[in-house]
Ligand binder design. Structure first.
Ligand code: 8X3
Length: 249
């Protein structure tokens, strides 16, 4: 049975992906919240073997310590889903808190770099593997008040393209997944717990659900070995791009 490692596995797209993959993969589920990791582990253990790793992708030492020292029976890694990442605030560049901007670069960009560098030593000797990076519609354009979130996702797009080039001779495939509006805790985190603001993001149209993205991830990693799905952009039917959403259709 193949093994998949998923970051940000305790909620949203990460959790939905873990549930779908549990049918076919052994799972290494990574997250910051140990109580939630234990919950999802008990939920999925009836279906597959689950190993949990508790770290924050922004913490370089913690990432390498956790992934470098996998137990012997977990040392084959077939799929990496770089899902962890967040938006912190939605404010003009001049008004945004520096700490929020740093958090997005640290989590969304450096997090992917750390986790992927830690995972590659398992994939390289196998001469195979598949990396899925979660970008965003914000990686395809820039919108007002989104400078650094968009910059972080543009960086993910570049990382996906660059990894695909560099890892080609090693037999490792790279898929970039760019969702639009997905109804998860994403907006609640972006608006620092403001439920009204968060609910307004998804008001008046049918947003995507985490499961919709998980299905696309599953599709990408389920292709025959000779097929590489490079990019998937997914929006709700009511959304044309990062800021064009038709409400009350
Ligand atoms: C999340 C989608 O449109 O808020 O990455 O940037 S959006």
């Amino acid at each position: 049975m193949k093994t998949a490692l998923i970051t940000g596995a305790t909620s949203g797209i990460g959790k939905a992906t873990a549930k779908i993959l549990a049918k076919e993969y052994r799972l290494i589920l990574c997250g910051r919240r140990s109580d939630r990791l234990e919950e999802i582990k008990s939920e999925l253990t009836p279906f597959t073997e689950v190993l949990t790793l508790n770290f924050d992708v922004r913490d370089k030492e913690a990432v390498f310590k956790a992934i470098t020292n996998l137990p012997d029976n977990w040392n084959q890694l077939d799929v990496l889903i770089n899902n962890a990442g967040n938006a912190h605030g939605l404010a003009s560049f001049q008004d945004a808190e520096l700490e929020d901007l740093e958090n997005m670069i640290d989590g969304n960009v450096k997090g992917i770099i750390y986790v992927t560098k830690a995972v590659l030593p398992y994939m390289i000797p196998q001469n195979s593997g598949h990396i899925v990076n979660l970008s965003s519609i914000a990686g395809k354009q820039v919108y007002t008040n989104g400078t650094t979130y968009c910059a972080s996702k543009w960086a993910v797009e570049a990382l996906s393209k660059g990894m695909r080039l560099d890892l080609l001779p090693l037999g490792i495939k790279v898929t970039n997944v760019a969702p639009g509006a997905v109804e998860t805790e994403f907006s609640l985190v972006r608006f620092k717990g403001d439920e009204e603001k968060s609910a307004n993001v998804y008001a008046g149209f049918e947003p995507l659900q985490a499961e919709d993205i998980a299905q696309s991830i599953y599709f990408a990693i389920s292709q025959p070995d000779h097929v590489q799905i490079g990019d998937i952009t997914i929006t709700p039917k009511a959304q044309a791009d990062g800021t064009t959403i038709l409400r009350n259709l």
